[in-house]
Design a protein around this ligand. Structure first.
Ligand SMILES: [Zn+2]
Length: 222
């Protein structure tokens, strides 16, 4: 089921208040049209009837793919507490469960899973790249996101970096590196498995690379 919520929204442009339908959850099997809107950034996008200002409602959102057994929750201002799954919840225990802290990260996860990739490996690759190019301090987590899987003769994983006012920059990583990273750090993925909520981002990838001995342990460790 996909859930709309009747709400009163306030236009950030002119302060006009009007009734609108805000989507709080999207089920990809039931509402593929909503999934398309979400991916293109058009879900919960409104036009003020008074001043024609276009704006997006930044509310909590749950994405559910019952075919791939995936649930991704976007929680604005998430406080770091992971919900616990009841032991007897047989359905959720089969799921890949993710919490993300921005709408763009939710869309990124959708693309990663739709493309048959593992987000834990994707996050590890980002760290390899950012440390390798000495840009780790410059590119915050939100600024480097998975874009697509390109499959010419030599398949590639493509990321997009949006840094300040610069043109978005595409970073292409050969798919064989994805396989290599999976081999190298895959055994250190322990704590994020099916049936457990996890926030898989930079912090997670850093802890994996530390356990693998690739990044020095120390400083802000878990
Ligand atoms: Zn307005």
């Amino acid at each position: 089921m996909s859930l709309p919520n009747e709400a009163i929204v306030t236009c950030p442009g002119c302060g006009n208040e009007f009734d609108a339908e805000v989507w709080l959850s999207v089920n990809s099997a039931v509402s593929p049209d909503l999934k398309v809107k979400l991916l293109s950034g058009e879900l919960n996008l409104f036009v003020c009837p008074k001043c024609a200002c276009r704006f997006e409602i930044d509310s909590e959102l749950v994405y559910h793919d019952p075919e791939k057994y995936i649930i991704i929750r976007y929680i604005p201002g998430w406080g770091g507490i992971l919900p616990v799954i009841e032991k007897d919840d047989e359905i959720l225990r089969r799921y890949t469960l993710r919490i993300v802290t921005s709408r763009n990260m939710l869309i990124e996860k959708m693309k990663i899973f739709d493309d048959g990739l593992d987000d834990r490996i994707i996050e590890a690759i980002k760290l390899y790249y950012l440390y390798g190019t000495k840009r780790i301090e410059l590119i915050s987590e939100e600024l480097m996101l998975y874009l697509e899987r390109d499959t010419p003769d030599d398949p590639e994983i493509v990321f997009l970096i949006r840094e300040g006012d610069f043109e978005p920059e595409k970073v292409r990583v050969p798919y064989k590196n994805y396989v290599g990273v999976a081999d190298e750090v895959g055994v250190y993925f322990s704590e994020a498995s099916e049936g457990k909520w996890a926030n898989i981002g930079r912090e997670y990838a850093a802890s994996v690379l530390k356990r693998a001995g690739i990044l020095p342990a120390g400083e802000a460790d878990e």
